[in-house]
Each structure stands twice: as structure tokens, then as C-alpha cells.
Design a binder for this molecule. Structure first.
Ligand code: GCU
Length: 618
């Protein structure tokens, strides 16, 4: 390469490095984003389907500086620009592209999204602007006014960037490259039994926060009864101990953090330490003045937390969750978890659920079933789903998509799973109804899998030691009619959960003969059972796909579950039929998994009434 070309190449490389260096604007996830003023960026976004990633790579597959993120426009008549966001079609965000554009129903690849927005610089003069995404599936590169601000991997957890220094007075733009292609080293991997909905599937906000803001906080009952009650009646102590901690976005000591719980007449001021934290503060309240959160009384207290002149509002429930031998104790009392599994899919017609209305509809169906518990499978659902369940008195099992054949030996895969676990807990750790963090579903046994999941379980406890850890395991057929749970992960979990499909993947007539060997002195949840039925298809109970087949399967399974010692709950599979690329039987499945108790249009199948009746008797 001639001398001057070499210099040019070096300058180009330096330019890329500087661009890259200047780019990353990742900041830790802001807790309770709903508690801050924000400008919604939801609405119509232009999009470009980029099958060969022309907008990101040159023809030698090197990242190009002249990609779509430049949003370049011809300056002279002879200029060659082969894209134009402003002239491209639009779709409503948040959404999945699969249900917004029929050409994209099966599409897996890259789509570019573009949104213009205005800010008045006064808004952010003394504040910071965080660009917040509720979720983007699956791999996202984000640009503001042509500058790369971050790269996020993981399709179901929120993330945010401090973009303050990139904003201009007046018009700005945000561009997102979304790629939902599947890979063996991803989390989940390249095979999973749900639709690979791609896109900016949850809310996008420009959040206005002060230069020093409350990045995170925790408020809840101390897990074990307060020392004050030691020796006394632990299940009904005279006082309850509340724990409070907080973290500012800056390591600033001496900042005043004031906690208000008006209904309890609590106003307490704390001072941050050198790390900008309030750590492990506790105070007592009289038990008789404190209503504990429960399914029967989902009491939430208005809470305000002030840092300087900035105040964040939240609604907090107080409860304890623990296990004792084979029992799960909520507020010290044994509880049977009458649950149902749910995918994060709209109540009818498919597509990612992402609104309060979606949440209320799905959760009202669970309530109608008689549930006090939902398994939000197989990944963190949208935040409104958890918050609406909290208001409705529905306990939650929340899960990361460590599903089936994960690349256990790949360090990047572990980091990805760890990041998703971190962000799931970071978002929802103040929700009283979340009682179980699940780290996996139906993962094949191996030493590498045990190491991966054991580390993940231990890491989860460092983030939150107030909740129960579980995972959906698999039973092995010890003999013809004996199912044995034999999973090395039993020592890492608080609740032993497993999926079983007697009646679907095995003859339903075996159900009465089945014995279950669960050699662990821990509560047991059957995290899946069920079978498929096409709504409206009727016939004899031995005819697969009829409602009568599914109904009989539920009758036999409920009778079988009644005989399992230490059963503390169940979350049958599943509330509603859901889209899956693996379910292709024409006229019956048509790319839907039909194990729902509701059809994909919200119609109740006969098995719905079997489970409802069984729960009523519980
Ligand atoms: C598995 C898996 C689910 C799947 C179900 C089924 O247990 O956990 O994600 O949908 O079986 O086969 O329908």
C-alpha cells in the first residue's frame, strides 16, 4: 500500500477506534423507570429490512463507517446514497415486526428502525437524558445522531444509555439495528418452542434524571423475623423490621436520601457513604400497623424517595417468603401455589404482549381459573405484567431463557445468561409478588451444565437473598411406573420443580399407576403438565387433539398430583395457545402450540373447567 494510502488507512482505523471509544454510553439500569419523567419515543418508526446487513458491513464484511446509522442524505445531485429512512415504511413501536408486516411473519434477520424526536436543550441543561428500552429482541446496536451508543444482547430485559452529550437543541434521531437471528451460543439457543418475535418489542423512553439520581433502591421486610421478635411468636412478632438500601449513580458521600411511607407515618433520612450508597439500613414498624401483602390482600404502600430536590414514587408491598421442609411459607403461613404458565404473547392473535391491557386480560384469565400464581415463561415478561399481577394479588415465578441445549462451555454464553439474570432482578426486585427466580428450563444433565447453573444460582443469591431460587428440571423414568427426580441442581435450589407430561408424551392411562420419587426435603412444584387440543374439535377422550382428550388428561393429572407428597404448587402448561414454528400440523396446530386452556382467540376449552374445579377444592 502506497505511503499516503497507509496514512489514510491509519487515520481511518483511528477514526473507527475513536468512534467506537466515544460510543459506549451504557449506564446501569435505572430502577423503577416509571417513577421518572420521560418523553415517550413510542409511535411510528421508519424501518428498513436489511437481509444482508448492507447497512452495517461493506462488501468485504467489514463494519463500514457509512452505514445506515449515518442517516446520510445526498448533498449534491451526483451523490450516491442507497437508502432513505424518511421514505421507508413505518410500523408502530413497541411491537414485533412479525405481526406488523405480513412479509416479515417468518423473518429472522436485521431490521433497521429510525425515529426523529425533538428536545429543547433547556430540558437537559442540569439533567441527564437516559435512552431507555424495555426490550429489543435480540441483538441491538443503538445510535443517536449517528453516534453508536451501545450494543445490547438479550431479547427480554431492559437497558439504557446516557445520551445527554449527544443531543442537539431541536431535532435528533435514534437508529436501532435489530437482529433476531438465532445462534447456538445465544440465550436461548437456536431452538425453542415459541415464536422468535423480532423488533423493539417494549417501550422506548427518553428519561430525564438529575445529574445525581437514585439509580437503585431496595425496600422490603427483612427476610427473617426481626431480632426483636426472637424467641417470641415468630409468626406474629410485635414489630416488623423493614430493610432499606439505595444507590446513587455517582459515588458521592453525604447525599441526603429521604424515605417517605406516609400511611405508616414514616419519614427517615439517610446519608450516602463514599460509594454513594445507603447500605443495609433497617427500622422497625409495629406489626399491627402494617398490612402484609398477600393474594387475599395485595396491599401496596405509596412510597416516595427523595434525593435532593428529585423525588421518585413507587408502590411497595411488604411480605416474607421462605420454605420450611416441603412447605412454602408466605408471611409465615403455608401456601399452595395454584398456578398457570403464561407466554408473553397478546391475548389473541399472537404478537408480543407489551401493554397494561395485555397484562390485565391475561391475568384476569388466570384469576378466573382460580390462580394465585403465574409462571412467566420462559423469559422476563414486560414490566406491566409483573406490576399488574402485584396489584391483583398474583404471585410470580420469573425466569431467564436458559432453555434446553445451552452452550454450557462457552464463557460468552454464561456472561449473557448472567447479564439477563442481573437485569431481570434489577428491574423487579422490589415487586412483593415475585417470589421465585428461575434460572433454567429442561436443561440436559452434564457436568458443564451443573457448573454453569450452579454458578448462576449462587450469583442470583448475591443479587437477591430474599427470594427463592428454582428451575424447571426433568424427571427420569426410573422404571415403567416410577418417575424419579435425580438432578444435581437440587442442592442449589430452594424449590424443586420439574415438568412432566403424563398423558401427552406418555399414555394417560398410566397416570393412576405412576409413583414419584423426589428424594429432597424441599417444596415441590410441577412447573409443567398438560396437553394439546384444538378449540371446538370434539370426539372421544382417546382422540388426540379433541377438547375431550385434553379434559381427560387434566382429570387424570389432577388426581395424580393429589398423591404427590410435598407438592407445594403447580403451573400447568399453559394458559393460552401460543405461536411456535415447531408446531406445524395443518388444520390443528398451524404454527400454534395448542396446549392452552384458552384458544389463541381467548375461547375456553373444556379442560379449563377441570383445573378451575381442582383449584377451588384446594
Ligand atoms: C416443554 C417446554 C415448553 C414447551 C412444552 C411443550 O416442557 O418447557 O416450552 O412448549 O414442553 O412441549 O409444549
Amino acid at each position: 500500500m502506497k505511503g499516503n494510502k497507509r496514512i489514510l488507512a491509519a487515520l481511518f482505523g483511528l477514526g473507527c477506534m475513536l468512534t467506537a471509544w466515544a460510543a459506549d454510553k451504557d449506564v446501569p439500569l435505572i430502577q423503577n423507570v416509571m417513577g421518572y419523567e420521560s418523553q415517550s419515543l413510542n409511535g411510528a418508526w421508519n424501518y428498513i429490512v436489511d437481509v444482508q446487513e448492507e447497512g452495517y458491513y461493506d462488501y468485504r464484511m467489514n463494519p463500514t463507517r457509512w452505514g445506515f446509522f449515518q442517516n446520510a442524505k445526498p448533498q449534491k445531485p451526483e451523490d450516491l446514497i442507497e437508502y432513505d429512512f424518511d421514505k421507508s415504511p413505518t410500523m408502530q413501536i413497541p411491537s414485533d415486526w412479525n405481526t406488523q408486516d405480513e412479509k416479515l411473519f417468518f423473518y429472522e434477520g436485521t431490521v433497521w428502525f429510525y425515529k426523529k424526536f425533538r428536545v429543547e436543550s433547556l430540558e437537559f441543561r442540569d439533567n441527564r437524558a437516559l435512552l431507555y428500552f424495555g426490550a429489543v429482541n435480540y441483538d441491538a446496536h443503538v445510535y443517536v445522531n449517528g453516534q453508536h451508543v451501545g450494543h445490547h444482547i438479550g431479547g427480554f430485559t431492559p437497558f439504557n444509555y446516557d445520551v445527554t452529550d449527544l443531543l442537539k437543541d431541536g431535532e435528533n434521531n435514534v437508529i436501532v439495528k435489530v437482529d433476531n437471528k438465532r445462534h447456538a451460543e445465544d440465550v436461548p439457543t437456536q431452538i425453542f418452542d415459541w415464536w422468535n418475535y423480532g423488533g423493539i418489542t417494549r417501550d422506548v423512553k427518553l428519561v430525564c434524571v438529575p445529574a445525581v439520581y437514585l439509580e437503585d433502591y431496595s425496600l422490603g421486610l427483612t427476610p427473617n423475623p426481626s431480632p426483636v421478635s426472637e424467641g417470641k411468636n415468630k409468626s406474629n412478632p410485635k414489630t416488623r423490621e423493614i430493610s432499606f438500601s439505595a444507590k446513587l449513580n455517582k459515588a458521592e458521600a453525604g447525599q441526603q436520601v429521604t424515605l417517605f411511607i406516609p400511611e405508616l407515618k414514616i419519614e427517615k433520612t439517610f446519608t450516602t457513604d463514599a460509594e454513594g450508597k445507603v447500605q443495609g439500613s433497617t427500622f422497625n414498624v409495629q406489626s399491627k400497623k402494617l398490612q402484609l401483602w398477600s393474594p387475599e390482600n395485595p396491599k401496596l404502600y405509596q412510597v416516595k424517595i427523595s434525593v435532593g430536590t428529585n423525588t421518585v414514587s413507587d408502590e411497595i408491598g411488604f411480605r416474607t417468603i421462605e420454605t420450611r421442609d416441603k412447605q412454602i411459607l408466605l408471611n409465615g403461613n403455608p401456601i399452595f401455589l395454584k398456578g398457570i404458565s403464561i407466554h408473553n404473547e397478546k391475548p389473541n392473535g399472537g404478537g408480543r404482549a407489551n401493554s397494561v391491557e395485555d397484562a390485565r386480560t391475561l391475568l384476569s384469565w388466570a384469576k378466573e381459573l382460580g390462580c394465585n400464581f403465574v409462571r412467566l415463561a420462559h423469559y422476563p415478561h414486560h414490566e406491566e405484567m409483573v406490576r399488574e399481577a402485584e396489584k391483583m394479588g398474583i404471585l410470580v415465578w420469573s425466569e431467564i431463557p436458559v432453555y434446553w441445549t445451552i452452550a454450557w462451555k462457552n464463557p460468552k454464553t454464561y456472561e449473557n445468561a448472567k447479564n439477563q439474570l442481573t437485569d431481570m432482578i434489577a428491574r423487579d426486585h422490589n415487586r412483593a409478588n415475585v417470589i421465585i427466580w428461575s434460572i433454567a428450563n429442561e436443561t440436559p444433565h452434564s457436568p458443564e451444565r451443573d457448573t454453569f447453573l450452579g454458578n448462576l444460582a449462587q450469583y442470583a443469591r448475591t443479587l437477591d437473598n430474599t427470594r427463592l431460587i428454582s428451575m424447571a428440571m426433568e424427571v427420569t423414568g426410573a422404571s415403567n411406573y416410577v418417575n424419579r427426580l435425580n438432578d444435581n441442581m437440587n442442592k442449589y435450589v430452594d424449590v424443586v420443580s420439574f415438568n412432566q407430561y403424563i398423558g401427552w408424551y406418555r399414555d394417560v392411562n398410566d397416570a393412576p399407576k405412576m409413583k414419584w420419587e423426589i428424594p429432597y426435603n424441599k417444596p415441590v412444584i410441577i412447573s409443567e403438565f398438560g396437553g394439546g387440543a384444538r378449540y371446538g374439535l370434539h370426539g372421544p377422550k382417546n382422540q388426540r387433539w379433541t377438547e375431550e382428550f385434553q379434559e381427560n388428561l387434566y382429570i387424570e393429572n389432577c388426581a395424580m398430583l393429589d398423591k404427590i407428597e410435598g407438592l407445594a404448587g403447580t403451573t400447568p402448561w399453559i394458559l393460552k395457545d401460543f405461536r411456535s414454528p415447531r408446531r406445524v400440523l395443518p388444520g390443528v396446530q398451524d404454527y400454534y402450540n395448542r396446549k392452552g386452556l384458552f384458544s389463541d382467540k381467548g375461547e375456553k376449552k373444556k379442560a379449563f373447567y377441570v383445573l378451575k374445579k381442582w383449584y377451588e377444592a384446594k
